[in-house]
Design a protein around this ligand. Structure first.
Ligand SMILES: Cc1cc2nc3c(=O)[nH]c(=O)nc-3n(C[C@H](O)[C@H](O)[C@H](O)COP(=O)(O)OP(=O)(O)OC[C@H]3O[C@@H](n4cnc5c(N)ncnc54)[C@H](O)[C@@H]3O)c2cc1C
Length: 370
């Protein structure tokens, strides 16, 4: 059963790898360079996931993915020799207003119920554990929470490893192949057609084109709420890693890498398919990052970029078989969590594609909902 995957981001490549491990022939096409979409632009944070009392399918997907990341990091390193940068680094959540304090305090109940370890740190403990963070703390910093089960990936390395593992397993990855439409006969897709008119045939097709997935779904007249949500990022370089934990402040974060690189992000902007950075967006992140961690004022700012998250109207991804099309599947719309949710998505969808039962009930993720 030859599968053709449209889109070589982390989701498409993870599905390709999972199918390849199960002995299936796979090709992956990307409109541009493989692994250079949102998956490259992201931060690679793997937030804590529930371990027990996991009821909602989204939580089940996060839980499964969290567990699989530990296994995939080892498998990928063994297969390719590439260190994906998977680190059990822990995460710190700052409460800088009474409202944030109340929210994080309320989260404690949820963490407890789901078996997620946490520790509340007062300011003295925060300064002892992470000495140079918040040195010029504004008076509104009230407390911090430490969650050891927040982890990180170095996403460009993870993508590189996935690509090599796929290629090593016989997966063909084709770049600069933009799929413009799907040719259909009755309930089946017969070919994917590129913008220059070339036909790509396969037994099974899977749409993994991230924020761009809606273009193909619209053609199929399938209701979907996928939309691009731009995020911007700054990359600093310090001589040594200043701390090991991811630092979260609302939707913004600092992600330290082992070699002294440090990412600062991000913003959420609905500006269509415009993937450029803006001075205003970068300034907003920079002002915040350099306030939270003043050492960054003297660090080298190496690079800035933007990426398009595949947002969905209800925050849930689209995963499963496309209605009325026997051999068409989708995995798109993972918004801010596609790197985190990619291994679980791959395992569930590979099961469905091969006619097996998915470990997670996928109906909440169906196309055409809402
Ligand atoms: C700034 C930022 C920070 C983020 N941080 C995190 C994080 O810390 N943790 C986390 O889990 N997630 C994070 N995310 C979200 C995460 O990056 C995405 O959810 C994830 O990368 C989506 O993966 P994807 O494979 O669906 O999409 P993409 O990586 O965008 O891949 C889609 C691919 O499809 C290709 N394509 C598009 N149209 C076509 C077509 N017609 N034909 C062929 N190919 C096509 C594109 O070229 C692209 O390569 C972040 C995102 C951004 C932008």
């Amino acid at each position: 059963m030859h599968t053709l995957i449209i889109g070589a981001g982390v989701v498409g490549l993870s599905i390709a790898w999972e199918l390849c491990k199960r002995g299936q022939p796979v090709s992956v096409l990307d409109a541009r360079q493989a692994g250079r979409g949102a998956s490259w632009a992201g931060a690679g944070i793997l937030p804590p996931a529930p371990l027990r009392n996991v009821v909602h399918p989204y939580e089940q997907l996060a839980s499964l993915s969290h567990r699989l990341h530990s296994e995939w990091a080892v498998e990928l390193r063994d297969k390719t020799g590439i260190d994906t940068g998977f680190r059990r680094c822990g995460g710190i959540y700052l409460a800088r207003s009474r409202a944030e304090f109340a929210t994080l305090k309320a989260n404690e109940l949820w963490w407890q119920e789901h078996g997620i370890d946490f520790e509340q740190w007062d300011l003295e403990l925060l300064r002892r554990r992470v000495p140079r963070l918040m040195t010029q703390a504004t008076p509104e910093l009230l407390a911090a929470w430490h969650l050891p089960s927040e982890w990180q990936l170095r996403n460009p390395q993870h993508l590189q490893a996935l690509m090599e593992a796929c290629r090593g397993g016989g997966v063909n990855v084709f770049e600069d192949c933009e799929i413009a439409s799907l040719e259909r006969a009755g309930q089946r897709v017969t070919a994917a057609i590129t913008s220059d008119g070339k036909r790509w045939q396969a037994d099974v097709f899977c749409i993994c084109s991230g924020a761009w997935a809606r273009q193909l779904l619209d053609q199929l007249q399938l209701a979907n709420g996928i939309m691009p949500v731009r995020g911007q990022m700054l990359l600093y370089k310090l001589e040594h890693p200043p701390f090991t934990q991811v630092v979260n402040d609302g939707n913004r974060y600092l992600v330290p890498r082992d070699d002294g690189h440090l990412l600062a992000g991000s913003v959420e902007e609905e500006v269509g398919y415009d993937c450029r950075t803006t001075q205003a967006g970068l300034k907003q992140i920079r002002d915040w990052a350099e306030e939270v961690f003043p050492d960054l004022r003297n660090a080298q700012l190496k690079k800035t970029w933007a990426g398009l998250r595949p947002g969905s109207f209800d925050g849930l991804p689209y995963i499963g078989q496309v209605p009325s099309q026997e051999n068409l599947f989708i995995a798109s719309g993972h918004f801010r969590s596609g790197l985190h949710l990619s291994p679980g998505t791959a395992v569930c969808l590979a099961d469905v594609m091969l006619g097996q039962e998915s470990p997670i009930e996928l109906s909440d993720f169906r196309v055409g909902r809402g």
